[in-house]
Design a protein around this ligand. Sequence first.
Ligand code: URA
Length: 233
Amino acid sequence: MMRLNKFLAESGVASRRKADELIVQGRVDVNLKTISELGYEIDETKDVVMVDGEKVKIEPKVYYLLNKPKGYVTTTSDERHRPTVVQLIKTNKAIFPVGRLDFNTTGILLLTNDGEFANKLTHPSFKAERIYTAKLNYDLDEKHVEKLLNGIMVDGRKSKFTICEVLGKNNRTKIKVGTLEGRNHFVKKMFETLGYKVLELNRESFGKFKLGTLPLGHYIELTKSEIDRIISK
Ligand code: URA
């Protein structure tokens, strides 16, 4: 048995709170009977749930870890008809990316149809550290390393890297950075604030999820128990 609002949330129709609103508005039927009682329980294995007359079901949850190549948008569709990361994955499930990577950024990206999992991972309270390697247009000044680690103003907010290390032996353009931020273009904005341009960006890890040796454009499917094991490591 399962609460009707939880069923609606897990099927992706609405958040639990919004699902309660749909129920109160009389838009939800169970076995062809309108239910307006909050807290109503259903047998999810056999009851037929409809919202506005359309049947709703919970799809099994799927999880993919992709090494995103350049030239793909991290949305499910694109008004400019550019290729999307979803097209790289063979599935009939309605998957979406967990967070964003820019069109020309490469690296680790999780995709799923599990909204609760995606929200949990991208919520600041989860503190998922993202680790990137970046190639800059100029050698990174030692003074700037300090600044990037201590915090600079980006979009009116004090912002910093958790890691900032020069990787190159002969030059200082290849940099490893870490951040707890999920803001769009965050790495580029941090460097741009100090006058650098990011020429290449690759995400090596997202929280406890790592790329390992997965080639560009390839992906693996993870089960929920593998996901739980990785998260609890
Ligand atoms: N920061 C960026 O600037 N771009 C990305 O794709 C990810 C993080």
